[in-house]
Design a protein around this ligand. Structure first.
Ligand code: TDX
Length: 347
């Protein structure tokens, strides 16, 4: 099989490639990534020497380039990860999210439509987010039947991408599957997101900026468990269907941050790092709570997370502590600029 992966040098895409390329020499993998700020060639360094892996630098916003690559590779399967993904950045620069997430997805769908004929059984799996469903109150969980209600420019762009995928299925019978996943964490996540930002700041005695009162709730899933769900959905999930993926670990942000300070203080041999926790101005339009009911995935495909949050967090922290060169490289000038413009100059 020829497997096209977009955004394979980013956090989730590279976790996927590192998990499946080495053990599937019978499949050919092509990674298309524009190498934007949150992607890095180091993320796929171990795959470079493998004969079933290749890389092409490309921006999905260019239809001609996407068409050229898709036509030459003739994928049987597409895993579409590429996206601008940080909510705070989408509040600063919404149009970049339209460009990458809406136009990029539409271009990829159209390029696939042009090469796939009725005899094949290809799969276009679009990796999406639970944020398209909006925000929950104190109780309940999102499922495949929850109406879309996006609030941030980021979630609006992902919702639009999902609608394009469904439109291509309904109109052209393109064999699309959509997954909507909860918050991921794990190695190689760009340190603008809550967990890696807090890990690195706690490591360096920097303030830990918690939005509002830290009571917003997110459902956390270890990235490898997300990847395994995606592989199973592509293999055995039904075409035209949506599958919700969640970790079942939904807790307020402040608990996540306290978990990080506790683990980091043990790793560093200090009594406590809680004094670093700093409550800052809330994110505009901050969704209160996300939780996922993944019973469809669990019942139909037998998937369940393989590790607890505590195990996943310890693996994640140890990865960041053990990879100072990766940390140094991704925190380039651009990273510093973002941190300073968003949180103010570091103390
Ligand atoms: O400095 C921070 N302080 C803070 O309190 C940051 C960066 C975040 N937060 C809060 C905001 C959220 O309630 O932590 C929570 C998690 O924030 P993010 O890591 O930015 O993730 P979130 O906004 O929940 O969106 C994520 O989940 C769905 C991903 O970024 C999306 O890409 C994914 O689709």
């Amino acid at each position: 099989m020829r497997i096209l992966v977009t955004g394979g040098s980013g956090f989730i895409g590279s976790a996927f490639l590192n998990r499946y390329v080495p053990n599937n020499s019978q499949h050919q993998f092509l990674n298309i990534d524009k190498l934007g700020y949150a992607s890095h060639p180091l993320n796929t360094a171990e795959l470079e020497s493998l004969s079933n892996y290749s890389f092409a630098r490309a921006d999905l916003a260019s239809f001609e380039r996407v068409q050229e690559l898709v036509t030459a590779f003739e994928p049987d399967r597409v895993f579409h990860f590429a996206a601008e993904s940080h909510v705070d950045r989408s509040i600063r620069a919404p149009l970049e999210f339209v460009q990458s997430n809406v136009l990029g997805t539409a271009n990829l769908l159209e390029a696939c439509r042009q090469i796939w004929d009725g005899d094949q059984q290809p799969v276009f799996l679009s990796v999406s987010t639970d944020e398209v469903f909006g925000s929950l109150g104190e109780s309940g969980a999102f499922s495949e039947t929850t109406p879309y209600d996006p609030h941030s420019p980021y979630s609006a762009s992902k919702a639009s991408a999902d609608h394009f995928c469904r439109a291509y299925y309904d109109t052209f019978k393109l064999p699309v599957k959509i997954t909507n996943c909860s918050n991921n964490y794990g190695p190689r996540q760009f340190p603008e997101k809550l967990i890696p930002l807090m890990i690195l700041n706690a490591m360096e005695d920097k303030p830990l900026p918690v939005y509002g009162e830290g009571l917003n709730v997110r459902d956390w899933l270890f990235v490898d468990d997300h990847c395994e769900a995606l592989w199973q959905v592509a293999e055995r999930g039904r075409v035209g269907e949506t599958y919700c993926i969640g970790g079942g670990h939904d807790v307020p942000n402040i608990e996540i941050v306290r978990g990080i300070t506790k683990l980091m203080s043990e790793r560093r041999g200090v009594a406590s790092l809680d004094h670093l926790i700093t409550f800052v101005k809330d994110r505009p339009g901050h969704d209160f709570r996300y939780a996922i009911d993944s019973s469809k995935l669990r019942t139909e495909l037998g998937w369940k997370p393989s590790c607890t949050f505590e195990e996943g967090l310890a693996r994640t922290m140890d990865w960041y502590l053990g990879n100072p060169e990766w940390v140094r490289q991704v925190r380039s000038g651009e990273y510093q600029q973002w941190i300073e413009s968003h949180y103010g100059v570091a103390h």
